[in-house]
Design a protein around this ligand. Sequence first.
Ligand SMILES: Cc1ncc(COP(=O)(O)O)c(C=O)c1O
Length: 387
Amino acid sequence: LKPLNMPFVRPRLLCPGPTQTPQFIDEAGRRQIYHRTDEFRQLFCDLRQGLQRVLFAEELPVVLTSSGTGAMEAAIVNFIAPGTEVIVVDAGKFGERWAKIAKCYSLVVHVVHVPWGQAVTLGQLEEAVRAHPKARALLMQSGETSTGVYHDIATLIPGLKKKWQGIVIVDAISTLLAHELRQTECQLDVVIGASQKAFSCHTGLSWVSAASSLWQQASRPERPVFYFDLPREFEAQKEGRPSFTPGSSLVLEMLAALSHIRETGTDQMIRHHGALSRGVRQAFMAMGMEVLPATNPHHGLTVVKLPPEIPGGAFIKQLRQQYQLTVAGGQDAYKDKVFRFGHLGFNDPFDIVSGLQSCGLLLKTMGRSDLSLGSSVDAFWAQYAQA
Ligand SMILES: Cc1ncc(COP(=O)(O)O)c(C=O)c1O
């Protein structure tokens, strides 16, 4: 098969974030709106309520104008005092980020090292809190986007909390709506999310949803904080009055996304992501590819291992140049060895099939000439049809 030059192909974005933004979301955010008006205040309150419903949380979240990392930092700054011992689950790049932020704010960090491609176990968490009895908080992801692993927080945290009462802060940025998350039921003290993942909005809005007990705490950590002063924001946002100019167009986008989620149902969104994940894994396997991780796959992305003769960097570049398809590369240990195929957000399954076909066509031109595109599509639909 010769490399194709296809002028009529339209660009597709299948990364695990930012995700493809559908037209109705693009259009919703196109309006410029002044934030000191009754209309905006109502919209901002609606956004917080919509997020609270999606998170099954007891309190309204604080919405920040920042990417997800800003919300991670804000949670540490406002809820954990300098010098506090914390446990960090490091199962990849984003776990590593928790450790970096925690150290930056003078926390004493005990890392649970989980090999890339594996999920943390309850035994590992229990062992960590036993080994560090002074640890007062656990910082972890629900999904490690760098390795495509899902950490089953719905089982892990209630299990851990039977014997340990520390604060659990979960970066659920890439798993919200891809996996079930019920904040209060699962005893998650803080949950963090962002606009550019399964909500399919542009990047720039994030939120921190904290349990009532954290807002009631009389003593806040003694450290300077200005922009990310969460208790101040929690009060100000009750009236829909964020202290500073918010990302208003993102607020409008998020409201459109939440209304779509409400119509569809969060259960259906989660089933859709599960079915896409199973379908994409089977489709790549039908192409003769190895998919990672072997167990506990994140339903928002599939990590595909490339054979040694196909370097990841070249594959991703050609995918973009020839097929206008953008997927994500591997980092650190996975650099050049894998690509990360995202299926997070409001994806039409036919878009996913197109993405699979682009990967398959390119693999054919890069030495896998006997690969069957038909079998991979059949394998996808066999799984997706069960959604
Ligand atoms: C699990 C996870 N945490 C944190 C982040 C960082 O978020 P941001 O890039 O929005 O700051 C990402 C983004 O890719 C992520 O997937």
